[in-house]
Design a protein around this ligand. Structure first.
Ligand code: PLP
Length: 377
């Protein structure tokens, strides 16, 4: 089955009982048992049929053995990181999502888990950062907001050789473009709030693994912690995922045109988009992913100029988040990455004049005209 077909026919596509072509929303929180201990569903925190349909769908899409759905991307990440305990050490991409950084530095540190945030695009740096107590490498590729690319295959191989797990946050690429498990990763996770939901109307997180042992542990943690996705949101997410392919294709076409336009624009000094030949990770990304998604960042030169541009656009909504049908614009240094100390931001290259776009499904010509007009302000 090819990807677009799998998006439609993956998981549990229909309701066997009624023939309904849309899988129903099962709101029951508890289920009748035939005899004590004899049941297919027991209690909705442990499993709910609508959530199961979603979990099978994401497992199919990521080529994994088992999928798990959570109330948000952060709930998914928190549950996965509960695989680790006091004394364990983790390695993460240095420009990992701000919420992941905060969770580890401010919350998991209280439980005695330590971590280093390193440049995972550099294999030697990763190898030399591994300590005897290191248990996992957690990476994002592309990263936010500078779209750095890490070699999933090489990192996974290194991790395997050292007995570590590889965990990939695949939010930016989605399973439509990139499947980290097939490249050697052990766990792939998503903020499904972004492209998978796709319509800015559901908050959710998804996790997939291809290891039977990890699947058992994750199922245990999912039930024990209970940060699960509700039935209505599971249904909404299934509906969003069905159209992921066509959305990702259209968004990428638009994003490519916009990235090229910005690169040629006299007021823009630098554009970060993995689809551009000038991007450092272009060929590596192309070797491990089928497409480039719709997030790009560019340098306007100063916070003042960035704010002027943001104020002048018509079709780009000033908002956090990404990956939906409407185009969004943001100023990472003051918004998504504001919780990162200024000196660390500077080191990473997240300047005050850096603007991030998430391209939506509007007509590309309107988006280009809007940007052109706003950049001239
Ligand atoms: C948004 C995001 C998250 C967190 O997801 P929520 O659904 O907001 O909890 C994690 N990782 C990445 C890459 C994200 O963009």
């Amino acid at each position: 089955m090819r990807k677009k077909t799998k998006l439609i026919h993956g998981g549990i596509p229909q309701d066997e009982q009624t023939g309904g072509v849309s899988f129903p929303i099962h709101l029951s929180s508890t289920f009748k048992q035939e005899k004590v201990g004899q049941f297919s569903y027991e209690y909705a925190r442990t499993a709910n049929p609508t959530r199961t349909a979603l979990e099978q769908l994401i497992a199919d899409l990521e080529e994994g053995k088992a999928g798990f759905a959570f109330a948000s991307g952060m709930a998914a990440i928190t549950t996965v990181l509960k695989l680790f305990s006091s004394g364990d050490h983790l390695l993460l991409s240095e420009d990992v999502y701000g919420g992941t950084y905060r969770l580890i530095v401010k919350v998991l540190s209280r439980e005695g888990i330590t971590a280093d945030f390193i440049d995972t695009t550099d294999l030697d740096k990763v190898a030399s950062a591994i300590q005897p107590k290191t248990k996992a490498i957690f990476l994002e590729t592309p990263t936010n907001p500078l779209l750095s690319i890490t070699d999933i295959k090489k990192i996974s191989q290194l991790a395997k050789d050292k007995g570590l797990l590889t965990i990939v946050d695949n939010t930016f690429s989605t399973p439509y473009w990139q499947n980290p498990l097939t490249l050697g990763a052990d766990i792939v996770l998503h903020s499904a709030t972004k492209y998978l939901g796709g319509h800015s109307d559901v908050l959710a997180g998804l996790v997939v693994t291809n290891s039977k042992e990890l699947a058992e542990e994750l199922a245990y943690l999912q039930n024990a912690i209970g940060a699960v996705l509700g039935a209505q949101d599971s249904w909404l997410l299934i509906r969003g995922i069905r159209t992921l392919g066509i959305r990702m294709e259209e968004i990428e076409k638009s994003a490519n045109e916009i990235a090229r336009f910005l690169e040629a624009h006299s007021t823009v000094s630098k554009v970060y988009y993995p689809g551009l030949l000038s991007h450092q990770g272009h060929s590596l990304h192309k070797s491990q992913a089928g497409g480039f998604s719709g997030i790009l960042s560019f340098e306007t030169g100063s916070e003042q100029r960035a704010e002027k541009l943001i104020g002048a656009t018509t079709f780009f909504t000033l908002a956090e988040s990404l990956g939906a049908i409407e185009s969004l614009i943001s100023l990472p240094a003051r918004m998504t990455h504001a919780s990162i100390p200024a000196d660390r931001r500077k080191k990473l290259g997240i300047t005050d004049g850096l603007v991030r776009l998430s391209i939506g499904l509007e007509d590309t010509a309107d988006l280009l005209e809007d940007l052109d007009h706003s950049l001239k302000q």
